[in-house]
Design a protein around this ligand. Structure first.
Ligand SMILES: NC(=O)c1ccc[n+]([C@@H]2O[C@H](COP(=O)([O-])OP(=O)(O)OC[C@H]3O[C@@H](n4cnc5c(N)ncnc54)[C@H](O)[C@@H]3O)[C@@H](O)[C@H]2O)c1
Length: 255
């Protein structure tokens, strides 16, 4: 039986530990037949060590989404490994302490702009950098945490996610005529390095499993990885500019 992503060439950003959503997306993608190329930010040796735990060896390219040189050279670096891309996964987020669980109104613009650049604008930077390699039928997927409401402690990261949601819609609008889809997967809480840095995350973790109609396990990134792989596949051919919820159904309930 052939896999969901048989023959697909996928670039995946955001692996830093083996609990990263990106790691599990890469794992499921390989299990479904994809050829995966990773990017890593900063600690490349660490990312390579983590990448070695995937079912198949995956090359790692250095990418800081705020570095114009890295972005300008990305398509060439990717081309050393694959001759085009069928999918790109944006699994990147960062906010300094002042922007997460601190005093919301006191966060300085410099920190807020950093948060917005890395967590939202970079969906555009990454997609633009990969565009020479993306053809008809390609799928760009970003990772979201439902930003239609305000959460405890999520603060300026929530604002960045709202910007990410809007950015994905504008990219969908730009790239639809080329047959390129752009979507977000909005996940429930998963215990990763980024999540642990959010004060009050525990509070979310505790309520999620109790309230989600399908239940939710913060230690299990598999449902999120599977959903991202489905959006990368050919099985959502007319879905773009969408936010696909993978949260156990938490979003559907008022109380
Ligand atoms: N963990 C959750 O509960 C959860 C829920 C919904 C959405 N998300 C989103 O999933 C994505 C991945 O996060 P995660 O939870 O797997 O955590 P993670 O810490 O494993 O991944 C975050 C990644 O962002 C990368 N990054 C930070 N700054 C960067 C930069 N300047 N350039 C390139 N990469 C940079 C880090 O290297 C890291 O790999 C994020 O967008 C996050 O907001 C996470």
């Amino acid at each position: 039986m052939s896999g969901l992503l048989e023959g697909k060439r996928i670039l995946i950003t955001g692996v830093i530990t083996d609990s990263s959503i990106a790691f599990h997306t890469a794992r499921v993608a390989q299990q479904q037949g994809a050829q995966v190329v990773l990017t890593g930010f900063g600690r490349l040796k660490l990312v390579e060590r983590i990448a070695a735990r995937l079912p198949e060896k995956a090359p790692v390219i250095e990418l800081d989404v705020t570095n114009d040189q890295h972005l300008a050279g990305l398509a060439d670096s990717v081309s050393e490994h694959v001759d085009g891309l069928d999918g790109v996964v944006h699994s990147i987020g960062y906010a300094p302490e002042s922007c997460l669980g601190a005093e919301f109104m006191a966060a300085p613009w410099e920190d807020v702009s950093n948060t917005l650049q890395i967590s939202a604008y970079s969906l555009n930077s990454l997609t633009r950098a990969c565009l020479p390699l993306l053809g008809e039928g390609a799928s760009v997927v970003g990772m979201d945490f439902d930003a239609r409401v305000a959460w405890p402690a999520y603060d300026w990261m929530g604002v960045a996610k709202a910007a990410l949601e809007s950015t994905s819609r504008y990219l969908a609008r730009e790239l639809g005529p080329r047959g390129i889809r752009v979507n977000l997967v909005s996940a429930g809480p998963v215990r990763t390095m980024a999540a642990k840095s959010i004060p009050g995350f525990q509070q979310l973790e505790d309520t999620w499993g109790e309230r989600a109609p399908l239940g939710w396990d913060v230690e299990d990134p598999e449902p999120v990885g599977r959903t991202v792989c489905t959006v990368l596949s050919d099985w959502l051919p007319k879905t773009t500019g969408s936010m696909i919820m993978t949260d156990g159904g938490f979003h559907a309930l008022g109380a």
